[in-house]
Design a protein around this ligand. Sequence first.
Ligand code: ZN
Length: 239
Amino acid sequence: MIVEEITMPAFEAGLKQTRSAILPVGSVEEHGAHLPLGTDTIHVYELAKKTASLRPVFVLPPLWYGLCRSTSQHAGTVGVTGLNLRAFVLDIISSLYGQGIRNLVLISGHAGGTHMAFLVDAGEEAISRFLDMKIAVLSVLDLLKDVPSGLLETPGDSHAGEVETALMLHLRPDHVQGTSPREFPSFPPFILSRNKRRFWPNGVWGDPAKATVQKGEALLEHEVKGLMNLLNTLEGFND
Ligand SMILES: [Zn+2]
């Protein structure tokens, strides 16, 4: 059930089938010279919709903005700060609870560590407020940790590289503009830099040239399976 497309009676009827929902979180963020700025949101929203075509679950409209730290100075990145992200997500969770949702998967297409930490913090606050609500927080990269060996060729690939390029070749081939050179950032350990582009000029973390449409299809299928399993586990979870 795609929430933005259904009516009030359909939502009410849907609650009789399931109390589970997916809130996709994305970003407006540079993805090299070849992928669109909305890559994270497009990816996670398509993943959620595909999952909802296979089992009863509500899919909320995605959040288009996230916290982008290391790409904040690259052209096109439009981010929000952590406390606002946390507060906004917490408001949505509170409203969903009022609507009868009891199992929520907060899944992000953007996997930045600071961004994820604020989502986890919003989830922790929500489970302390709503004692019969169950929440899972993860990024799409978490679903790819156990991809079958041989599918991916670039160790450590994470941003606008093999994985995301393959997925976009599958999901939005018209929006992929060729490719970008292989790149890995060279940030110094622990030290925060004011000049992030100096250590990561082209905004690619991995190797886009290794992407194929077939890999994209297989990756999405793997992610859908993982998300289905997580929903089942969450629904049966008791602590
Ligand atoms: Zn991304």
